[in-house]
Design a protein around this ligand. Structure first.
Ligand SMILES: Cc1cc2nc3c(=O)[nH]c(=O)nc-3n(C[C@H](O)[C@H](O)[C@H](O)COP(=O)(O)O)c2cc1C
Length: 300
């Protein structure tokens, strides 16, 4: 069988497949079906300094091209996550990536400060799609100068490798990634959801306002991965509309070192283990001894 293991930030992962933040609960929820130890790494739900209640319902809406979610970053807060859930990952020996966010720069800094290095914590993933309350709600990830400052300040308070997760809602994503790189970012996760709304034509109102994920996002995220992995010398993790192993392979060939699967798990909760098996079979059938042999091989 093809060797799926890879090194990320100096740690060995058994495969390049992760869940996307916010789409696999706190990890235990999937246990009746399959275990988080199958993952290359588990990515936490977005965690904040204090618990956050999130938005009123409806929180998810199925669309032809994917789904819209308006969870509103509900979570139990960073401290409770480490008290109540981290022991589960220690027991399972599963590496994790801690996704976190804030509504001010200080909140991002305080979150990162509270996460102590541990051999199972591969990286911190800062969600830059969050609204900056001090700038009238415009998301942190929209302006290169804001991205530069926040990355620089967060890097100062943590020794754990730092990933910036970028929003597609920008004019020039390469410029944003470049700003993160100049500020010292260790890696990039591409992409977060696209802002979207649904109109309920019976009630004549906005039924849901949130982030669009799923198949529509795939070619957009692939372009970002392809361009950025060729120009910026840090590992890129690809996410957006990966529904099966061939989608995952497209991201790896475009230059992603690892991939994250979100919406597809809501369609079929076994998607992640199927993708892991599918990539392994692909390597065998096409004569690639290891996963690294296909990373970034797409030319053009
Ligand atoms: C229900 C739901 C909750 C999400 N929560 C978070 C979150 O807490 N933090 C974050 O950075 N991204 C969050 N995302 C975005 C996903 O991690 C991922 O970047 C995006 O959905 C694109 O991947 P997909 O098309 O495979 O779903 C969420 C997405 C969904 C669908």
């Amino acid at each position: 069988m093809g060797n799926l293991s890879l090194k990320l930030f100096g740690k060995t992962l058994k495969n390049p497949v992760m869940n996307a933040s916010g789409t696999l609960g706190y990890g235990r929820e999937i246990e009746p079906l399959w275990g988080v130890e199958r993952l290359g790494a588990y990515v936490t739900k977005g965690l904040s300094l204090k618990p956050h209640h999130g938005n009123p319902t409806p929180r998810v809406w199925e669309e032809r091209c994917g789904m819209i979610n308006s969870i509103g970053l509900q979570n139990i807060g960073i401290e409770r996550f480490f008290d109540e859930h981290f022991p589960f990952f220690r027991q399972k020996k599963t590496p994790i990536i801690v996704n976190f966010f804030g509504f001010t720069e200080d909140e991002y800094i305080a979150c990162a400060e509270r996460i102590k290095p541990h051999r199972l914590i591969i990286a911190l993933e800062m969600n830059l799609s969050c609204p900056n309350v001090k700038k009238g709600g415009i998301s942190f990830g929209k302006e290169a100068s804001t991205v530069y400052n926040i990355v620089k300040h967060v890097k100062r308070v943590t020794k754990i490798p730092l990933l910036a997760k970028l929003t597609p809602e920008v004019k020039n994503i390469v410029e944003i990634a470049q700003a993160a790189y100049e500020a010292g970012i260790d890696g990039l996760t591409l992409l977060n959801t696209i802002p979207a709304v649904v109109i309920d034509t019976e009630k004549k109102n906005v039924a849901i306002k949130g982030g669009l994920s799923g198949p529509l996002l795939k070619p957009i995220a692939l372009k970002a991965v392809h361009e950025i992995s060729k120009t910026i010398p840090v590992p890129v993790i690809g996410t957006g509309g990966i529904m099966n192993h061939m989608d995952a392979i497209a991201f790896l060939m475009a230059g992603a070192k690892a991939i994250q699967v979100g919406t597809a798990t809501f369609v079929d909760p076994y998607t992640i283990p199927k993708i892991i098996e599918g990539i392994s079979e692909y390597l065998d059938v096409h004569g690639y001894p290891k996963i690294e042999d296909i990373i970034g091989i797409a030319h053009g």
